[in-house]
Ligand binder design. Sequence first.
Ligand code: NAD
Length: 263
Amino acid sequence: MSIDLSGKVAIVTGSTSGIGLAMARNFAGLGAQVVINGLGEETDIQAALDDVASAGATTPKYDPANMLDADAIRGMISSAESEFGSVDILVNNAGIQHTARIEDFPHGRWEDIISINLSSAFYAINAALPGMQKRDFGRIINIASVHGLVGSVEKSAYVAAKHGIIGLTKVTALENATQNITCNAICPGWVRTALVEKQIAALAEKESLETEEAARQLLAAKEPSLRFTRPEELAEAAAFLCGPGGANMTGASLAMDGGWSIQ
Ligand code: NAD
């Protein structure tokens, strides 16, 4: 079954870099009208727009909604609906990380991680569902993490948010099960993006290691396949969930973690 997303409108939050950008690019290549979102300098945003535009025939749009701002999230959904007629695919991907033991965890970082990594998905789904229900079509994909399935030290806020988004995924799936609306979570292990480069750099500094040795040690500690999942591999999974093969798959949490979570 081939995947053709022409005529579909896809919003990918946090798609100015990393996993979200790969998903936006792939959706555009499959024919979707794409709305990208995320933070960044004007030149980075333009580069992301050019990247997505080069993959497809439609002109992608950038929406600057900050995932800390519920009104801006609602505005992002409604402006896509008025400009393009619908929101058919919603990927809640924006996310941040902060590592510290619970007793040292800064309260503001806790609040931001819960807001960006979890609450923003609720606000976006809350705003997008009425239109999806009216049109009897929706594909919602939440980018959780292996940390939605298992814990790790020094990641309390991230693990709490990612377990939470898997719960939100299940309830969204159940409440819409009789309509042509699915909601699934993708749970990556290590992916070498800006979010993880910071963790590699922190380990390199702490243990006085070369960057590549720190990366190797991060993988060896958790990921049996001993390699990073590529953003393009995650984008293929997201496309599958939007295509005909994924139509009756809902509420699932797809681990793409090289075996991390099965140990
Ligand atoms: P990344 O840092 O490259 O991308 C994060 C994106 O979120 C960027 O576009 C950034 O601008 C955006 N963002 C951050 N704060 C925002 C805000 N307040 N408002 C709007 N956008 C905001 O990192 P990534 O690795 O591509 O992460 C994407 C998702 O994948 C995150 O949810 C992350 O938790 C998840 N994830 C990543 C890994 C990994 O190893 N990299 C593993 C599992 C899950």
